[in-house]
Design a protein around this ligand. Structure first.
Ligand SMILES: *[C@@H]1O[C@H](CO)[C@@H](O)[C@H](O)[C@H]1NC(C)=O
Ligand SMILES: *[C@@H]1O[C@H](CO)[C@@H](O)[C@H](O)[C@H]1NC(C)=O
Length: 311
């Protein structure tokens, strides 16, 4: 009795702390089991789209170091040859994501060669940097093809290649935090990444019976060339510079380590960014949407100044 009075605790408080402790303990146990089951990539076959630069290339390098057989795709045959030569047990396939019907044909053409896949990471993507009023429909159509319809087509086309035995397989989308929260100067991109978020969740429920896990990772600012290649205006030109948000972002290697751990743990939706601040803001804005509204309005000037500071 004295113990409870001393700390102003009641039996109910004690039960509450025990319950939280229990949940944390169970979570740790389940993570340990998942790491034991899925943590060994030796001999696993992993396909990564957009594998010649940025997050895709770093993922290919890391998976190869972990003993996996890596298949990368990219638009540029020369770059593909160069990169696949530098990575152990790596094969390159030319694949352009601009036309979803071509992606369908590519899958038909290559199902036999690709064989059984343990994981596919849909990393290839294109961003944008322009105000809503300057964004032409043509830009939107390009982004829709590359960032959504081609991914949709590819997942359909490769469904027969996914491993469905006891070990199962993973289909992992690479979205964007902008697709969860929205962001200035990326209206069309955010909308399409948001479409991916919903899509990978729809997919999850339809393929769960087959032992295929669908998940989506949403990176924030990561130090890649994403803003160099980001489209502006009518979508025929690129921004061509790295904005200061990206320059100060999370190093690619850290991003890749978090993605791989999320795949091992078979997570569903993952936010990857520098520090905890952004994650806390995102979490609060899920509960209080008007907070998000105001936050993004305040953030727009910061986005515009990041474009001005680009080099
Ligand atoms: C960005 O592009 C440059 C020049 O093409 C390249 O050397 C660099 O590795 C790229 N960065 C990433 C993270 O892919
Ligand atoms: C698929 O194969 C056909 C026949 O070999 C070829 O003409 C076509 O270019 C290929 N398409 C793709 C997207 O790989």
């Amino acid at each position: 009795m004295d113990f409870f009075n001393l700390f102003c605790l009641s039996w109910l408080d004690l039960l509450f702390f025990l319950a939280i402790g229990g949940v944390i303990y169970m979570k740790k146990r389940s993570n340990k089991a998942k790491r034991a089951k899925n943590g060994d990539f030796k001999g696993k076959k992993i396909l990564i789209t957009g594998g010649t630069s940025g997050i895709g290339k770093a993922l290919a390098e890391k998976f190869s170091k972990l003993g996996a057989n890596v298949i990368i795709t990219g638009r540029d045959d020369k770059k593909l040859q160069e990169v696949s030569k530098t990575i152990d047990k790596c094969e390159g396939y030319v694949l352009d994501m601009e036309n979803p019907e071509e992606v369908e044909k590519w899958c038909e053409n290559n199902t036999k060669n690709l064989g059984t896949l343990d994981a596919v990471i849909h990393n290839a993507g294109l961003s944008m940097r322009d105000l809503f009023m300057n964004t032409e429909i043509k830009l939107g159509q390009r982004l829709l093809n590359v960032d959504f319809l081609s991914i949709f087509a590819m997942i359909q086309g490769l469904m027969g290649n996914m491993r469905t035995d006891e070990q199962g397989s993973v289909i992992c989308g690479i979205g964007s935090l902008a697709g969860v929260s929205g962001a200035g100067v990326r209206s069309m991109y955010s909308a399409i990444k948001g479409a991916n978020d919903a899509f990978f969740k729809c997919l999850a429920c339809e393929i769960r019976d087959k032992n295929i896990h669908s998940m989506i990772v949403h990176p924030g600012y990561i130090q890649t060339n994403v803003s160099q290649n980001a489209l502006v205006g009518d979508g025929q030109k690129s921004f061509g510079k790295t904005d200061s948000n990206i320059k100060n972002g999370l190093p690619v290697e850290d991003c890749v380590n978090q993605i791989i751990d999320s795949i091992v743990l078979r997570k569903t939706e993952v936010w990857v960014c520098k520090g905890f601040g952004m994650k806390i803001l995102m979490f609060i804005s899920k509960i209080f949407p008007s907070f998000l509204d105001y936050g993004l309005y305040k953030n727009l000037n910061q986005q515009l100044s990041a474009l001005k500071k680009a080099s």
